[in-house]
Ligand binder design. Sequence first.
Ligand code: PEP
Length: 253
Amino acid sequence: MRKKIVAGNWKLNKTYEEALSLVSEIENMVKDEVNGDVTVIVSPPFPYLQSVGKLVQGNSKMHLAAQNVSEHDSGAYTGEVSAAMLKSVGVEYVIIGHSERRLYHHEDAQTLYKKLKAAIANGMKPIFCCGEPLEERDAERHFEYVGKQLHDSLSYLSNEEFDQVVVAYEPIWAIGTGRTASSQQAQEMHEYIREQLSRMFDAAAAHNTSILYGGSCNPGNAQELFSQADVDGGLIGGASLKSRDFTDIIKSF
Ligand code: PEP
């Protein structure tokens, strides 16, 4: 059975002290309040990974993710962080293909494919993000757009490599805007994604892949979104920076 996952993407937020307080609060709340079988992931900025990882390692529900990884293994790539480096400090998941990295850092499908390969080769699980901009939805080309994103980066993976991947559908018009996709919009896209995955890999792989929704998810809308048949959890931005909100989202299954 596929996993239920709630992943917090902290982005470019929090000082070191603030990050440690936030993760301690989340860890305590998860320990005290979360009973079900849910995988909780936190994604702090690079410099805090090891310290945050130490604070969650005793909690079997909690896991550590990086927000990015280099497609290169080593060498003269100033400012980059490799998959092996992340693995060596206890990182288990890595967000790949977030729309902010595609847009501001010009990460194309081929680069994302290389990042996926690097992460998987080093024993990490990618959280692969896809999602359409508003103009594509308005033009009713959103299925085609997301299908191409999936095909262009994922389809070159082997079945065994793909087994490690979590997919996150994040419509760009819903990220940080307060405008959430309706549960129906999320469900129909998640169903479409699963269908595409079953063509690229096989039905069992598609069935077992967790597909997360991301985009202005909050404690008020998480339950409705997570109750959809093909929505297996959420990738949470803004609301993951508040321990109470994040925990309430985790409790929405
Ligand atoms: C995100 O950027 O991954 C995200 C889902 O952000 P927010 O929840 O703030 O819309």
